[in-house]
Design a protein around this ligand. Structure first.
Ligand code: ATP
Length: 138
């Protein structure tokens, strides 16, 4: 089975129990789970691919503004299926076009979008190792 990294971001962490229920009901197994409060340096590292973009400083401030819940999820086609379940990046657009997706339900605005999902196989491997350095890669 495939694995992906999911994050419940600071704006949605107070809803994590509800969100975890949905995750389990959607056929995922939670392999590992960790509540962390990232430093700005750690948040910059995690989002290094966005360094230099206009929204980078506020993204780092947002992701280090409070605790998050990082989860390694497993399921058949976990990466694509989790991205589909969370929906479009921009919460405001998600509310219009995909009202049932998790970002539409739990997100706040174009930046504070409640959830993260790895966007491909190599990102998933890197991100799982970022939060769970001891995890075994099959
Ligand atoms: P994530 O990586 O968190 O799953 P994503 O892959 O859908 O999201 P990315 O393009 O990788 O989106 O952007 C990473 C994060 O940066 C987004 O989730 C959002 O919080 C923030 N972000 C992206 N684009 C913008 C923007 N134009 N304005 C403000 N924030 C943005």
């Amino acid at each position: 089975v495939e694995r992906t990294l999911a994050i419940i971001k600071p704006d949605a962490v107070h809803k994590s129990e509800e969100i975890e229920d949905i995750i389990l009901r959607s056929g995922f197994t939670v392999i590992q789970k960790r509540r962390v409060h990232l430093t700005p340096e750690q948040a910059s590292d995690f989002y290094a691919e966005h360094y230099g973009k206009m929204f980078f400083p506020s993204l780092v401030a947002y992701m280090s503004s409070g605790p998050i819940l990082a989860m390694c999820l497993a399921r058949e086609k976990a990466i694509a299926y989790w991205r589909e379940l969370i929906g479009p990046t921009n919460t405001l657009k998600a509310k219009e076009t995909h009202p049932d997706c998790l970002r539409a339900i739990y997100g706040t605005d174009d930046q504070r979008n409640a959830l993260h999902g790895s966007d491909g196989y190599s990102a998933a491997e890197r991100e799982i190792r970022f939060f769970f350095p001891d995890s075994v890669v099959e």
